[in-house]
Design a protein around this ligand. Structure first.
Ligand code: ADP
Ligand code: ZN
Length: 751
């Protein structure tokens, strides 16, 4: 490990250099400033090329890294150079992935090693696959099977099973014995007789190959046009970005699966990014129906063995199609031909921890560096993407109607000022009536409230004390089923106290406001006979539970669904005809830049669950503010007009996408120290034409997981690049190890 050791160069060093070992730059998956130089010992011949995964010593231990491009420092004295200790037997990291790592690092102002780490997220995949001892048939065994020698019936069965059902490959004794219905002792006997011999079984796990001969659905005319355009973009084998916009139920998925088919036919790999992969059982079924097998998966709930097998198979080109969460962007695709970003407007594509990046934007970059097509899919595209489509940077395809003659649901507002719910209730009389009617007709209804738990706030009626998290600037949320108060930011939980911790009054703590559990309680009183199902991330832990819920709904075993935003995720519920939004104003409260845009996107997506070909749908929005442009847009269905108005609001002040933002978040356990650093950054703030810094100010979450947080916001005109300004700015303030400074380029969250 040595960097820039120019000072120590002596004549002796220079002479030694002549007979010097080859040198390589090696990037390590650690948040270091850059690559380190290493020597290549004689035993490693030929010396590894850029992209090779290598083992190197670092501070007294061995670590893995990647040989990086560029010349090692020739002035570094030979004696300071440590040796690469091994080259791993895996396909090297492709040049396009190396450029991607560099690009993401530069864009997000992160150390390249921190980004490399995301591309090496399955280190055990780099180890050689463990070979196991098994058996295969000898030439003598084959001859015997062909009738050249006498075989007992058992031995005959073994050889037949091995050449038939076991594909004539080496297998474990136990596998063979089971397939042939014999004991493993029989195999040993056969080995002694020269019919079998030991053989190694590679551990490689096979991934199913999508069947390209299968036909997709017969497409309607506008679907055909869109599919053909995307097939063409993929077949061009070059970079392109296409926005596929279409109302919910217009067949966007059906259509982009055609682009996937084209990509696979081209012999290139396809990647589909979904916002909630763990909730995507219905999507997987559709892939299966289209291609006859499941795609490979990549998400955080994948077990480590599956991760390793997938990573390795993908690197070796044995996986054709993969569907994953945002981290799948960093996988070692040897020849990526297509990236689809479904529900491209979803904020969950933004990674908020570690290297803060937008998977949607980085998908475009990865596609460019891979000469691949990128397709962004949404019923309600982000303003960023719409503007790119309007200015012609992205191609644009539109599916304006629902498939199969289904109509869009009718949306109306229930004015809470005119027909409010009863005291202590949350469902207004018109909504209750509509649910009763829908269920009475044997249809399904859904209540949507984007809030987990029973009540978002617990208040003492005697002294007004509010129960708050000790580690965060947040109220504790009551979860009545678990009988606990929980913080949704840090996971802190405590039992509901019998008395007020402030004034000691007994039985005085009262829940304020609704969460889904409370709506479920109210529904159980109003519709006692209805079969109800709560869908929230804590009531449906994990993919299996979500799959089962979707099945029960499709099988009409449920009358009323009560859910948080997870119900919005692209589900197809053919018997659902009524959606009631309990609090349509909820998302507008925070008032950040995109609050209105996000509320429209979310509510439109929720509304899209209602009504398919079989039955028209109806959506009721409970609101205290029916005149709000968000409600008006949802009622009229004029989302284009709404986005136009959004654009008109943001353009004059150079707000995104008409200007650029970068947030700097300062956090530390010590409040004064955190304030000092934030103030220093404020004092050193860059300025000049088209450059502005807002703050420092306490973050809305001024305390998070016990850390104090201050925010600064850099705002520049669109033609100004933020990264050089950020780098220069941050270099001017010395930041102690106890304080963390995070950079968030293109922030989505302002908390
Ligand atoms: P979106 O992704 O736009 O919401 P989907 O692709 O999920 O739309 O399509 C909605 C429903 O319509 C799905 O059940 C899908 O299978 C069906 N569908 C769409 N297009 C066709 C088609 N051409 N033929 C048959 N079914 C279709
Ligand atoms: Zn907390």
């Amino acid at each position: 490990m040595s960097r820039g050791g120019r000072k120590g160069t002596t004549l002796l060093d220079a002479m030694q250099q002549k007979a010097a070992r080859p040198r390589r730059r090696v990037l390590l998956p650690l948040p270091l400033a850059g690559a380190y130089d290493y020597g290549v010992p004689e035993e490693i011949d030929p010396p590894p090329e850029p992209g090779a995964f290598v083992q190197v010593p670092l501070g007294g231990r061995e670590t893995l890294g990647v040989v990086w491009d560029g010349e090692a420092d020739p002035d570094l004295p030979e004696r300071k150079l440590k040796n690469i200790t091994g080259v791993l037997e895996v396909p090297p990291m492709t040049a396009s992935l190396r450029r991607f790592v560099e690009w993401v690092a530069a864009y997000t102002v992160s150390p390249p090693g921190a980004v490399l780490r995301m591309a090496m997220s399955s280190p055990s995949a780099l180890e050689p696959p463990a070979a196991k001892a098994g058996w295969r048939i000898t030439p003598a065994g084959r001859a015997a099977l062909a009738g050249a020698g006498r075989l007992t019936a058992t031995r005959q069965r073994v050889l037949e099973a091995m050449t038939g059902e076991l594909d004539d490959e080496p297998h474990l004794a136990a596998t063979i014995a089971q397939a042939a219905g014999v004991s493993t002792g029989v195999l040993r006997g056969m080995a002694d007789a020269g019919l079998l011999e030991p053989a190694l079984i590679a551990r490689a796990v096979e991934f199913p190959v999508p069947d390209l001969n299968k036909q997709g659905a017969a497409l309607a005319e506008d679907q055909q046009v869109a599919a053909a355009a995307m097939r063409e973009a993929v077949a061009a084998r070059g970079f392109s970005v296409t926005l596929l916009q279409g109302v919910t139920g217009s067949g966007k998925t059906e259509v982009y699966l055609e682009a996937v088919a084209e990509c696979l036919a081209q012999g290139r790999q396809a990647l589909v990014l979904l916002p909630e992969i763990a909730l995507s059982s219905q999507w997987l079924e559709r892939f299966q129906a289209r291609f006859g097998c499941e795609p490979a998966l990549w998400h955080s709930e994948l077990g480590s063995k599956r991760r390793r097998d997938t990573w390795r198979a993908l690197a070796e080109g044995r996986v054709q199609a993969l569907v994953g969460a945002r981290s799948a962007l960093f996988l070692p695709f040897p020849d990526l031909g297509l990236i689809v970003v479904d529900e491209e407007h979803e904020t969950s594509f933004k990674q908020e921890e570690g290297v803060i990046y937008s998977a949607r934007d980085m998908a475009v970059v990865r596609a460019r560096l891979s000469e691949a097509a990128c397709v962004l899919v949404s019923a309600t595209p982000s303003l960023e993407t719409l503007v790119n489509a309007e200015t012609g940077r992205y191609a644009s395809l539109n599916l304006p109607v629902r498939h199969g003659g289904a109509t869009m649901p009718t949306v109306s507002v229930i004015d809470q000022r005119v027909t409010p719910p009863e005291r202590g209730r949350f469902l207004s009389p018109p909504l209750v009536e509509a649910i009763r009617e829908a269920i009475g007709r044997g249809e399904q209804a859904m209540l949507f409230l984007n809030r987990r738990g029973y009540a978002p706030l617990t208040l003492c009626r005697t002294c007004g004390h509010r129960m708050r998290c000790p580690n965060c600037t947040a109220w504790l949320v009551e979860h009545r089923i678990q009988r606990r108060l929980q913080c949704h930011h840090c996971g802190h939980a405590e039992p509901i106290p019998p008395t007020c911790p402030e004034c000691g009054a007994e039985g005085s703590l009262t829940p304020l406001g609704p969460g889904v559990e409370r709506v479920q309680e109210e529904a159980s009183e109003l519709f006692p006979d209805a079969r109800r199902l709560v869908m929230a991330s804590d009531t449906l832990p994990g993919p299996a539970a979500a799959t089962e819920a979707a099945r029960a709904i499709q099988a009409r075993e449920v009358d009323l669904i009560i859910g948080t935003q997870i119900v919005a995720k692209g589900w197809h519920f053919p018997h659902l005809t009524l959606v009631g939004v309990v609090d349509a104003d909820l998302g507008l409260a925070g008032g950040d830049l995109r609050a209105a845009e996000r509320t429209v996107q979310l509510l439109h997506q929720v509304a899209g669950r209602a009504g398919r070909a079989e039955a028209p749908g109806r959506v009721l929005l409970q609101s205290w503010n029916p005149e709000h442009p968000v409600m008006q847009a949802l009622v009229s269905g004029d989302l284009d007009g709404f986005m136009q108005a959004e654009a008109d609001q943001r353009r004059p002040g150079h707000w995104p996408p008409f200007g650029r933002l970068a947030a700097v978040i300062v956090s530390g356990e010590d409040e004064r120290e955190t304030d000092t650093i934030a103030r220093d950054l404020g004092l050193e703030a860059p300025g000049g034409e088209g450059v502005e810094v807002l703050g420092p100010a306490p973050a809305p979450l001024a305390l998070l997981r016990g850390r104090h947080r201050r925010r600064l916001l850099l705002k520049v005109r669109r033609d100004v690049a933020v990264q050089p300004i950020l780098r220069e700015w941050l270099s001017r303030v010395r930041i102690p190890a106890s304080v963390k400074v995070q950079v968030d380029v293109d922030p989505v969250s302002f908390l």
